[in-house]
Design a protein around this ligand. Sequence first.
Ligand SMILES: *Cc1c(COP(=O)(O)O)cnc(C)c1O
Length: 415
Amino acid sequence: MTDRTEALQSRLAQQDPALAGLLDREVERQETSLTLIASENHCSQAVRAACASVLTDKYAEGYPGARYYGGCAVADEVENLAKERAVQLFQGMDHANVQPHSGTTANLTVLTALAGKDGKILGMSLQDGGHLSHGHKVSHTGKVFEVQQYGVNHDTGLLDYDAIREQAKSYKPDVVIAGASSYPRELDYEAFASIAKEVGAYLLADIAHPAGLIAGGVIPSPVGHADVLTMTTHKTMRGPRGGLILCTEEIRKKIDSSVFPGGQGGPLMHQIAGKAVAFGEALTPEFKTYQQQVVDNARLFAEMLSDRGMRTVTGGTDTHMVVVDLRDTDATGADVEERCFDAGISLNKNMVPNDPRSPKVTSGIRVGTAAATTRGMGKDEFARLATIIADIVEGGDPKTKRNEVHEICSAFPLP
Ligand SMILES: *Cc1c(COP(=O)(O)O)cnc(C)c1O
């Protein structure tokens, strides 16, 4: 911990021991257990210091140079720094909006800007790996817009671009969304762009999950193909919790006014400061090395599981994510999630394509390598973890694995 955060923490412990005690418990939980949740990561101490800064006190409604409050000189520079770094990371996009509070908010504001009320959107269904905010009926995006959804081929687990093209040609959406929460493969952004172009739609690439891999240059980028990118800053991007939008000059004004005043009030300047720090980190060569290790670890993990006779959706991975298909085993996704928890591993149950079970039970688990790789874990550790998880799936007692997981964790401290 930096001196500054240490001082802040002891202040908190004095004033509010109840809350400080809860934070201690969370530190302990993160330290002694292993996060294989694909959407989580551990950001740096520098990022956390920025997020814990006095900027949380500052109202800065508007944009740099055009605020509705005084005293925004520093806030302006912070936001401009975050924007400049974001545009440098995704070179080829003209403009960044760093204000979205989350990935969901970013999607809702982009779709509102580009499709408009009652406009038509085409996104991937949640059941097949998409995200709620791509038009699911319980999301505002499923209520405000007209929606059609595409899925994956149920035999291969892969997207069928010809089928998506046919669907787009008959539906004629205003916005096509390319992106997923649970799809372990690269997306063909060129194919998505040609589909969107053919039907006169905007292409939104939601790279919430693979943003860090794309920024690190280890998987193909939608830049040059998509009109707009949305993402979270806290998954593979390894920044603070938040959202980010990048777009072309042509739609810059629409996007900015949809974020503020359309969808949000004052920006969270402390989070934006954290984003600036994280984008700075992402511009370093170390970040590329980290992202390559994330992918190498996921590949090895998938191979080890298939050597044990287990099935993975799409037969492997190109990314940080492996989706294990448990239909050949006696276990459900919910069973394995709970047993892994007992062993000190957090991961989540996940639907597999054409899943016969309900979303609360599921026939799969999703594993992500980003957080554990941040702790410094490499091939040796992921090989051990694959063995542990395969044993657990096959009915091994999770309690007997607890010590081994604990031992691995204590050798790799949190940042
Ligand atoms: C995680 C995710 C989001 C939403 O992010 P939040 O910050 O939780 O709102 C949006 N889209 C996709 C594809 C995601 O995986």
